[in-house]
Design a protein around this ligand. Structure first.
Ligand SMILES: Nc1ncnc2c1ncn2[C@@H]1O[C@H](COP(=O)(O)OP(=O)(O)OP(=O)(O)O)[C@@H](O)[C@H]1O
Length: 311
């Protein structure tokens, strides 16, 4: 388990992190979110022992990062932001060097390097110098060094930053595959990534936690959660509004846009009535509206993110 215990960080008079506390269990992938400058990287640097906290501590697999830094760091894999990798080394030589620093030798070291190269899809570039790699591949090399020692705890600062959509997909798959036996914290600005990968999300702003929940529960806080979104083929807006309002339990009907013969609207039921969408569909069909799509909104994480980080 990763226990973050009231970590704080001051840079001079500026409070960058303000008594942040949470835990991450094995099997969990925690998305660490927040606007630019919210304190995500600073928190991750404190958890991994790269920056001393002004207050609080982090306990990694039972080892306090301040009192037992070596034991704690042995258990951690860390992908820092703007990952530094020695530019003049080949990919293989760099990872071999990292394995050596981690204390591996002989055939075990060789096996770990080779396996990690394969796992991170680096086989095609293993003999290329790092300086000649594209940004995405450099990122992958740094990701590779973070998992080389098969750590129980992974701290990944924007792991998919700079990757193309295919590489993003591959890295997310890798993270998900590894998550069963690891506790993972990853920071990201991509909210789709949180929905695709994370089992939980912590949102911070101005150094403090403002939300800590599953992506589903966070989305349920969205103002459109439970609303019914409808697209109709060319339809008279007034007739549609009248029809939708005639359905029992409908609180509000909002036409969102009319384009090229299509009408898009959002209908808000009084409560999250699971039958409201069905009743609406029946009413629209009875009035011969041509329904192109109709679905119940789960809510939008970006809307919730904005609400909690700007209030
Ligand atoms: N070494 C430092 N000296 C002074 N201020 C710092 C230092 N490192 C970070 N800060 C400040 O601490 C605050 C938090 O920065 P941090 O990099 O942790 O934010 P972040 O949430 O990771 O941002 P981003 O999403 O832009 O990467 C910012 O105001 C930043 O300017």
């Amino acid at each position: 388990m990763i226990e973050v215990k009231h970590l704080s960080k001051f840079f001079g008079p500026h409070k960058a992190v303000d008594r942040i506390a949470f835990t991450v269990q094995k099997g969990e992938i925690l998305g660490f979110l927040g606007p630019n400058g919210a304190g995500k990287s600073t928190t991750m640097r404190m958890i991994t022992g790269f920056v001393p906290p002004s207050g609080g501590t982090a306990v990694i697999g039972g080892h306090d990062i301040l009192r037992e830094p070596v034991a704690a760091r042995k258990k951690i894999g860390y992908l820092p932001e703007n990952a530094p990798v020695y530019p003049d080394m080949t990919v293989y030589a760099y990872l071999d060097f990292c394995a050596q620093i981690r204390g591996f030798s002989g055939s075990d070291r060789k096996r770990r390097v080779t396996e990690t190269i394969e796992k991170c899809f680096l086989s095609g570039v293993e003999h290329q110098t790092v300086s000649t790699l594209s940004k995405g591949f450099k990122q992958r090399v740094c990701f590779a060094q973070s998992i080389l020692h098969d750590p129980e705890y992974l701290i990944l600062d924007e792991p998919t930053d700079g990757l193309d959509p295919n590489q993003k997909h591959e890295v997310r798959l890798m993270i998900r595959k590894m998550s069963a036996e690891k506790a993972i914290i990853l920071s990201t600005h991509i909210l789709d990534e949180v929905e695709a990968v994370c089992s939980r999300a912590v949102i911070i702003t101005k150094g403090a936690i403002v939300a800590d929940d599953t992506p589903e529960n966070l989305k349920a806080r969205s103002t459109i959660h439970g609303a019914i979104s409808v697209t109709l083929a060319d339809a008279d807006a007034d007739a549609f509004i009248a029809c939708a309002r005639s359905v029992p339990g409908i609180r509000e009907v909002a036409v969102i846009e009319r384009t090229d013969g299509a009408l898009k609207a959002r209908i808000y039921p009084e409560s999250a009535d699971p039958l409201a969408a069905e009743h609406l569909m029946t009413a629209l069909s009875a009035k011969r509206f041509e329904v192109k799509s109709l679905f119940v909104e789960q809510g939008r994480l970006d809307e919730v993110f904005r609400a909690v980080t700007t209030s």
